[in-house]
Write a protein of this length. Structure first.
Length: 594
């Protein structure tokens, strides 16, 4: 019964059964606590601490599954010391002859928990080889994910090539990585291999495919995969698939289908996890569907017992909706609650709302409450403070903030640098921008990825330092790790600099795959430069490749046609709006949703 309730994420019934067992004098086993920690997950830190202390006080022998569950929970909570302690305990028991203590499931959770500590991960991988865990499909998949996330492409390729076959788990991480890198040819090849291999799709593969096709804006493929999944109701047993489908449809602006995913999820009677609620909330919030945000919040509050995670989610949504008074009231309620005290993440969400609004007084007030509660500030705290000062144009405080951060031993990291870079470049502070980039290049712990180089090039473009922007763009284009997203950013930089010659070079480069965004950016830039023939050629190319104009590009062309009615005939086809009257009629329909 407890296992069934745990897999249904029914916390209330799991804890009730545990209390009933205690009253009846029924012995608690390792399996009992495995189910308890499974349903608690990371959402109830105080209860996790309570039951972990209880578990240890009863001298219960932990099995491999409980070790895996505990490492996962404490890893998600960022409790590194507990993870290390459990890891050492597992290794000691294995050395004492209890080999089952170091199972493949434990290895998988250790790699995830140490994902930001490559040296510790390498030690886990070495142990996995000794214990023979590299034959496990799940360990193989986690290793591939680890190599991919750390850009160790050669190690990843070598591991995949040595596999006797690709399991569904391996296909899942490879497809997800190809989609994440926007590598469409690689993704298509893997997808074809998956289909030809006859591998049966599970719900995780369905979710990855739907998400990937959403990133590639392939509406037909999304609908096809979703229909295939719905035709196999015995496969979809988790609410996360509905969230993946909803996010994919949201990316292609199919909001009726997003609503349909939510309704089908409710009708399925599946247990809805916090992650699923958050994904639907993010999707609706990004499109300004505040009525639907309220619907999802209402369902969540009815079905999920109050905990710091649910309350923090509500606070986050209220902040994004601009309902700051209600957000403050909920924070006060949490502060007086026994089971839902504000966590560091809660305070960060509140601070972030005030930072976005540029309300420095409230931002500093919440920071004081955080400190009074005894919570330890981290890099996220300082990043939010920096963004708040930047939005409020209080640039004189930024250097003090950076100095304070260093005194406390909180090193700068990529996101912190990016925030400062954006603030300085938008304020046109060229000297500060250059000094910050010099500091970034000297930071041994900072990896200068093509994505980060794009941010730097964009910053130099904002301050008008074309030479430095060109220098970093050349580095990006020469990098084998560059993605299509990086090239899209370069196109945006050239468009902002009105450098249509460089844009033309990128479009003519056969080694670069072209995306709808690249064409849209180029069309807008060429139209503003009066390059009518180039605009016509690109429009024809987009039509033959079944690509759509973005709203901003359509508006740019509309203004261009209205100012120069005689040139509209050059574009010829109805798709391009033949005369200014057509443009004027269509222009409002394009802009209406804005």
């Amino acid at each position: 019964m407890m296992r069934w309730y745990a897999y249904s994420n029914n916390l209330k019934e799991v804890l009730a059964l545990k209390e009933e067992m205690t009253k009846e004098g029924i012995y608690h086993s390792s399996m009992t606590y495995q189910h308890v920690f499974r349903v608690l997950d990371k959402h109830y830190p105080r209860m996790i601490e309570k039951y972990y202390n209880e578990l240890r006080s009863q001298n219960i022998s932990l099995d491999a599954y409980l070790y895996a569950a505990l490492i996962r929970v404490f890893g998600d909570l960022g409790d590194h010391d507990r993870v290390v302690s459990l890891h050492e305990e597992c290794k000691q028991r294995a050395q004492d002859g209890q080999m089952q203590a170091m199972s493949p499931a434990v290895t998988v959770q250790l790699i995830r928990a140490y994902r930001n500590d490559p040296d510790a991960c390498e030690r886990v991988i070495a142990d996995a080889k000794n214990f023979g865990h590299l034959t496990s499909d799940f360990v193989q998949a986690e290793l591939i994910q680890f190599y991919a996330s750390h850009k160790r492409i050669e190690d990843m390729v070598r591991l995949v090539e040595n596999l006797p076959r690709k399991s569904p788990q391996v296909f899942r991480v490879l497809l997800r990585d190809a989609a994440h890198r926007h590598n469409k040819p690689r993704f298509d090849a893997l997808y074809q291999e998956l289909r030809e291999s006859g591998t049966r799709l599970n719900e995780h593969l369905f979710g990855v495919l739907v998400s990937a096709f959403g990133q590639f804006h392939d509406v037909d493929a999304i609908s096809r995969i979703v229909s295939e999944a719905r035709a196999s109701p015995d496969i979809i047993r988790n609410s996360s698939f509905f969230a993946e489908a909803a996010l994919a449809f949201a990316k292609v602006n199919q909001w009726a289908l997003v609503d349909d995913c939510w309704e089908r999820l409710l009708a399925s009677k599946l247990s809805i996890t916090m992650s699923t609620y958050n994904r639907f909330l993010d999707a609706y919030m990004s499109h300004g569907r505040l009525d639907q945000v309220q619907v999802v919040l209402n369902v969540m509050m009815q079905n999920v017992p109050p905990n710091p995670i649910t309350a923090t989610t509500v606070i986050d949504m209220l902040g994004k909706m601009g309902r700051l008074t209600e957000m403050e009231a909920l924070l006060d309620e949490m502060s007086q609650s026994a089971n839902a005290l504000p966590t560091l993440v809660t305070y960060h969400q509140v601070m972030n709302a005030y930072a976005k609004a540029g309300d420095i007084h409230k931002l500093e007030s919440v920071r004081q409450r955080l400190q009074q509660q005894g919570l330890v500030e981290n890099h996220v705290t300082y990043n939010i403070l920096a963004e708040g000062y930047g939005r409020a144009k209080r640039l004189e405080h930024l250097q003090e903030l950076v100095a304070e951060r260093r005194i406390k031993g909180i090193p700068m990291e990529e996101f912190g640098y990016v925030i400062l870079l954006n603030i300085y470049s938008r304020a046109k502070l060229s000297e500060e921008t250059r000094q910050l980039v010099d500091e970034m290049q000297k930071d041994e712990n900072l990896r200068m990825t093509p994505r980060l180089q794009c941010t730097i090039a964009t910053a130099f473009g904002h301050v008008g330092d074309v030479a430095m922007a060109e220098q970093h763009i050349a580095t990006i284009l020469a990098s084998p790790d560059r993605s299509l997203r990086d090239v899209e950013t370069i196109c945006l930089i050239y468009s902002r600099l009105r450098d249509i010659r460089r844009l033309q070079q990128i479009l003519e480069d056969p080694s670069i795959s072209k995306t709808p965004l690249m064409y849209n950016v180029a069309i807008g830039a060429f139209a503003k430069a009066g390059e009518h023939s180039k605009v016509a050629i690109l429009l024809q190319t987009m039509e033959t490749q079944n690509m759509r104009l973005s709203r901003s590009t359509a508006v740019t062309l509309s203004f261009f046609f209205l100012r120069h009615p005689s040139t509209s005939a050059d574009f010829g086809r109805p798709f391009y709006l033949k005369d200014s009257a057509d443009v004027q009629r269509c222009d409002w329909s394009i802009c209406e949703s804005r």
